[in-house]
Design a protein around this ligand. Structure first.
Ligand SMILES: Nc1nc2c(c(=O)[nH]1)N[C@H]1C(S)=C(S)[C@@H](COP(=O)(O)O)O[C@H]1N2
Ligand SMILES: [Mo]
Length: 256
């Protein structure tokens, strides 16, 4: 068993012990057992990862033979925005990733330039709130590499991913975006992937570049990234709660 899995098991054991203590405490306050269990289960999901599992911990990684034969493309699978369509029709030869906002040296990088940088490959499990999972292999450049190259200003606290697609699949619908904090941004498994399962990322899976932030749920894995922006607060983001789905009621921190 990998070290990550072993570590995860011992956190789960500690988390279980914490539930026991919380449940006992709640019962002593006169709550019913089912009420106290519900309360303590909520407390566990909300706080366990922050308190019991270090945010820096690695997500489990799998073996090549574990890769799912089918990985469901989900959400946007064929963006209609004209700027995207033009890039796609030219094989993304003219694509450039912008890294800007609260940085000392804004970057504008072609796919070839992204591929020249050190890469990381990881086989991980993707977990969608719709109730499916799939294991895939991702190769890309670590987000931290780009942030260090651009030089984050001290005020920078969140990283926003601006995408090409509108989930309505229309030309002018609200475009998808997501954001993460600097703990996740600097996490070793947080990469901007240009390859999936040893092949160039396809359009349904987010070509030419998509985020993998492996300690969080599927909707945080922004596809079709056009711009990465460092900001100081949620006020500087496109919507009120820091992401396309968070703005529609999902958790901003979607830890798994
Ligand atoms: N830009 C963009 N990113 C997105 C989405 C989307 O619709 N647009 N859907 C999200 C959801 S809900 C999931 S489960 C994953 C799906 O990734 P996949 O298509 O590679 O399976 O992408 C996420 N990232
Ligand atoms: Mo999802």
């Amino acid at each position: 068993m990998s070290e990550a899995l072993l570590n995860r098991r011992s956190w789960i054991a500690r988390a279980g012990a914490a539930v026991g203590v919380l449940t006992l405490a709640a019962c002593q306050r006169g709550q019913t057992i089912s009420e106290s269990l519900r309360v303590s289960a909520e407390a566990l999901t909300r706080r366990s990862q922050r308190l019991l599992i270090p945010r820096e911990a690695l997500a489990p990684e799998y073996r090549p033979q574990d890769i799912s034969p089918f990985f469901k493309p989900n959400g946007s699978i064929d963006p209609a925005a004209s700027d995207y369509v033009a890039l796609r029709d030219a094989g993304f030869a003219n694509y450039r990733l912008t890294v800007d906002g609260l940085v000392e040296r804004p970057l504008s990088l072609s796919l070839a330039e992204l591929r020249e940088r050190p890469s990381r490959t990881q086989i991980t499990k993707h977990d969608c709130v719709e109730g499916w999972t799939a294991i895939g292999q991702w190769t890309g450049v670590r987000l931290e590499t780009l942030l260090d190259e651009a030089g984050l200003k001290p005020e920078a606290r969140y990283i926003v991913f601006h995408c090409f697609d509108a989930l309505t699949q229309t030309e002018d619908g609200p475009r998808y975006y997501e954001s993460i904090d600097l703990v996740d941004a600097r996490h070793p498994q947080t990469i901007l992937a240009y390859d999936m399962n040893r092949e160039t990322l396809t359009v349904p899976h987010g070509a030419p570049l998509r985020l993998r932030v492996e300690r969080q749920l599927g909707y945080k894995q922004a596809k079709y990234i056009r711009r990465i922006e460092a900001v100081e607060s949620f006020e500087a983001m496109p919507g009120p709660r820091g992401g396309y789905w968070p703005d529609r009621g999902y958790e901003w921190y979607a830890g798994i």
